[in-house]
Design a protein. Structure first.
Length: 576
């Protein structure tokens, strides 16, 4: 415990409402707290806040009432007082233009409510894609002791002899529908069988990746990342998280002590080894940025070349998250990665990562299903799932998920077929007159952070209908957008600087040649400097400044992908 922790008021005495008389403020607060029926003994306990992101607009969190009851049980049994509070919730498919626009808003909400309310520690309860990054960003900035409790993944469904799970299968069937092999009636039946339980998407999409990252960072309890949402172990994890938060209230370990350079690199190793979502690069960068830890794309490449893919899960492999849990969970992955990890990284349990792994080994908790988690010396892929590309088309970087891409497309040059915006894409992609061939590169402009679309998951450009019907399954696709963690294909994302701020992507014309080399980590626009300068002189921003409100705040302050798309005023400067 630091001097700062020892001297700070605790429980209800923390951060008093300012009436100019501290005694009066505390008396009034206790009086109003008593109106909720708490005894004096309960009000004297350490207070654990529970940040609840349940919402009628968030299917992934529909089990949170039960989960939060279990957290409360754990808090009370450990001698604390649990007080839950609502925050913004981000249900991935219910938000316009995209949940990404509101991740930073949720992080501000979480940060300020942790700081403003009198809690000694907090349990963050989240799961759907942007909620866990937002909670970790907020908690890191508030820097009050925090434990991340994950929603847990959905279960896959058995449907006509096949296992289905959101949302890799969602995309697979939709692609078949577009190609004409699944009719409208068929797609309606599948619609009712893709997502059938509470919890987050059932594959290694963004939510599952962020769950793994939360555990690898040391912010979630050991072994909790992959527990299915509907498994009784999830409730036991909730109870344990509540109990742990009480211990943290008594002997604080702050997020800034856990989210260190070493922990962030451990999380990056895990992200690469699980074949995780491209979105996680943006989110991990933003979380790290809140405590002054830098995560560079050059470092990503260095780690990617030295971290094999070990986990056989969709969208890059065959299995679902519930299979990973049954196969040994993230512990099995961490054990394999042990020689590559910083084992002295502290976790919220008070153990280091190395102590955790040693304890699990001593307890004999080491069973692993090698069909799902491969050994380090016999990996699925010898190198990591994600790489950063640089070049004249992306001076500040771009991301390719090579583990979800077709290696036959990795070293090639192609003709650009350009779409100026998402609306342009929707209007023309399926028209018979679109001049497009299978070897072309599809380019989408103006879908980045400042595009007005707020960097949606639109980088998975559909294969033009006439090519899809002819059997084309993959093409090189390039944009400043993001891609769902459940998607797959040879897709270059997060191109920076984005088109909407005049990056080179904005200057690409139909028919230009683009060269991709994954081996050299390059993406280059093969157009001469004089011609690019001429185009740049004619370029104008696609949008004006929003007139008011959050949209204006967002547009004025959102950073590019390599800075995690955080707001400039929320990142902690290293020298602060
Ligand atoms: Fe919530 Fe996929 S929609 S995790």
């Amino acid at each position: 415990m630091t001097d700062r922790d020892e001297q700070a008021p605790k429980g209800l005495g923390r951060g008093l409402t300012n009436y100019g008389d501290a005694g009066f403020s505390l008396y009034l607060r206790r009086s109003f707290a008593k109106s909720m029926g708490y005894s004096g003994e309960m009000l004297a306990r350490p207070i654990v806040g529970i940040a609840d992101s349940k919402s009628g607009f968030n299917n992934c969190h529909r089990h949170f009432p039960e989960l939060i009851e279990a957290v409360k049980r754990g808090v009370i049994a450990a001698g604390g007082l649990p007080l839950d509070f609502p925050t913004v919730s981000l249900g991935e498919v219910f938000l316009n233009p995209t949940s990404m626009m509101f991740r930073n808003l949720m992080s501000i909400d979480v940060e300020e409510m942790i700081r403003a309310q009198p809690m000694d520690a907090v349990v963050l309860v989240g799961g759907c894609d942007k909620t866990v990054p937002a909670q970790l960003m907020g908690a890191a900035s508030a820097d009050r002791p925090a434990v991340q409790l994950l929603a847990g993944p959905m279960m896959p469904t058995s449907f006509r002899g096949e296992r289905l799970g959101a949302c890799t299968d969602c995309r697979r069937f939709w692609a078949m529908h577009r190609a004409g092999t699944v009719d409208a009636r068929g797609i309606e039946e599948i619609e009712g069988n893709l997502a059938t339980t509470a919890g987050t998407c059932a594959v290694m999409g963004t939510a599952s990746t962020m769950a793994a990252i939360a555990e690898a960072l040391g912010m979630a309890l050991p072994g909790t990342a992959a527990i299915p949402a509907v498994h009784a172990d999830r409730l036991r994890a909730a109870e344990a998280s509540g109990a742990r938060a009480v211990a943290l209230a008594r002997a604080p370990i702050r997020p800034s002590q856990v989210i260190t350079q070493a922990a962030v690199e451990n999380a990056l190793r895990v992200l690469l080894a699980i074949g995780g979502s491209t979105n996680a690069i943006v989110h991990l960068t933003a979380i790290a940025g809140r405590v002054g830890v830098e995560l560079s794309l050059e470092r990503l490449n260095a780690l990617s070349d030295a971290t094999p893919v070990l986990v056989n899960l969709k969208p890059t492999g065959a299995h679902y998250m519930s299979d990973l849990y049954a196969a040994g969970g993230l512990s099995a992955v961490l054990r394999e990665l042990k020689p590559l990890l910083a084992l002295d990284a502290l976790t919220v349990t008070g153990e280091t990562l190395g102590e955790r792994l040693a304890r699990e080994e001593a307890e004999g908790a080491t069973w692993v299903d090698r069909e799902v988690v491969r050994p380090l010396d016999d990996p699925i892929e010898p190198v990591g799932g994600l790489v950063a590309l640089f070049g004249s088309l992306a001076p500040n970087g771009a991301i390719l998920k090579r583990s979800a891409a077709d290696p036959k497309l990795f070293e090639r040059e192609g003709r650009a077929v350009v779409f100026r915006s998402l609306d342009d894409l929707a209007a023309r992609i399926d028209t018979p007159e679109l001049d497009v061939r299978p070897e072309d590169f599809l380019v989408l402009q103006n879908a980045g952070p400042k595009s007005g679309y707020a960097m949606p998951e639109a980088g998975y450009l559909p294969i033009p209908a006439k090519l899809a019907r002819a059997g084309v399954k993959d093409m090189v696709r390039i944009s400043d957008a993001r891609m769902s963690g459940t998607a797959y294909g040879t897709i270059v994302l997060h191109v920076s600087p984005e088109a909407a701020v005049g990056g080179p992507l904005a200057l690409v014309h139909d028919g230009d040649r683009i060269r991709l080399s994954v081996k050299e980590r390059r993406i280059d626009l093969l157009v001469g400097d004089a011609e690019l300068a001429r185009r740049k002189a004619q370029w104008a921003p696609p949008l004006g400044r929003p007139a008011r409100g959050y949209a204006q705040l967002y547009m004025d302050h959102v950073l590019q992908a390599e800075n995690g798309c955080d707001f400039d005023f929320l990142r902690r400067q290293a020298d602060v």
